[in-house]
Design a protein around this ligand. Sequence first.
Ligand code: SF4
Length: 484
Amino acid sequence: MQVILSAQDQKDLHYEVECILRMFLPQVRLRFCQEPEAGERETVRITTGGGEGLENTVSLTLGDFSGTEGEPASGNRKDTEAAVCRCLYRLLARAAGKGISWGVLTGIRPVKLVRELREQGLSGEEITSRFTDRYLAAPEKAALCLRTDTVQQPAIARSLAKGYSLYISIPFCPSRCSYCSFVSHSIEKTKKLIPEYLEKLEEELRYTAAIAQEKGLLLQTIYMGGGTPTVLEPEQLRRLLKTVNRCFDRSHCAEFTVEAGRPDTITGEKLEALIQGGVNRISVNPQTLNDRVLEAVGRRHTAEDFFRAYQLAKTFPFTAVNIDLIAGLTGDTLDSFRHTLEQVIALAPENITVHALTMKRAADMIGEKVQRLGEISQVGAMVDHSQAALAQAGYQPYYLYRQKSTVDSLENVGFCKGDTPCLYNIYIMDETHTILSAGGGGVTKVVLPGNRIERLFNYKYPYEYISRFPTILERKDALKNFPL
Ligand code: SF4
């Protein structure tokens, strides 16, 4: 598809226009240009007005559909961008025969937008109008963001001026799930790398802790994810946790989460090691309790395994246990998703997180089975059902984020019962304070005055992390120069 717009508009509008097009046409190749190419039929043509009285117009030719939308120009570039997005969205929604509940809101942190609007003095009603009128979002999405913002405000208030969080990456899993979009490796292929990986990781943790101490930073939360950290042997977990506890001052640290994601990795000995190491929150993630679906996505465990692991975890004194679910996995139906959710709610975990399937995963699965298209169209109904059912069961949304590639641009939402939100999840999504990361695929996000964010990337893959380790420490040195 060719997207025709002037050189200046390409500079100003390219990103937003691409985001809107991708929500409806995730797989289509886009070619941005100033002049149409003969013979190319699928076209978006954008013309922006230069001042009062002139029109911003968007024309779309897509398959059998052809149409034009326009809005008056105001002369302000931000307003022009919003007007073009609305015009393009309306055309795409007409062509597709359905809209997207987030409208033209493309950001991955809509709750942060709500907070900024609240800080500007807008009331809940005015924020809802902003969502519906400027962004064409459904009022339910505004309500969800407002509720989430209210729940997370006390957690954000707990973040100290010198506060930071620590992320530790263990990018290994017992086997690779077919829908996985993380950097994680099946231990069947990479088990021999684990001892050396852990040695380097401990060295990076020591290095990071020394910088944090030098800068006077105060550690508030730790999150160990990946991957599945509980794929490590009990002795490896004990040693790693000992290093963390020895290097970092945890006197301000309220939360230490470990992803015990795959039930097939959980044993009493490992849970004991976590408790001894000061971990107070874990995640046990079946994603679905439908055995057919578990098998189809390569999880290599059953619903029964999950129940066993969960009940075992509940015999240990963790403050909170989270359960992750995914709406839209291969072979899952609305009925079977509802059944999964019912069973999870009956367990009354402190946290439940519901993710929407991403298009990347969906696309891979469509390659396998054409009937997936019908199932994918139910993802929105699953997400809506989860939010209604969890509200009824007394859960509140405490963090929310969107991914560019999610089916129908749907959101992922973490819910909590009572005062049990995961602080780390809130801090990373809100960009409240700096996150120092260690391990393969870790991204350090430095939050600087004026809401400026700087990122330092670690190598993604374990073998790269090991072989290019000196560069990782060199990159970490940049932290010393930031005004933290
Ligand atoms: S358990 Fe999670 S990180 Fe590991 S392969 Fe499955 S989806 Fe990926």
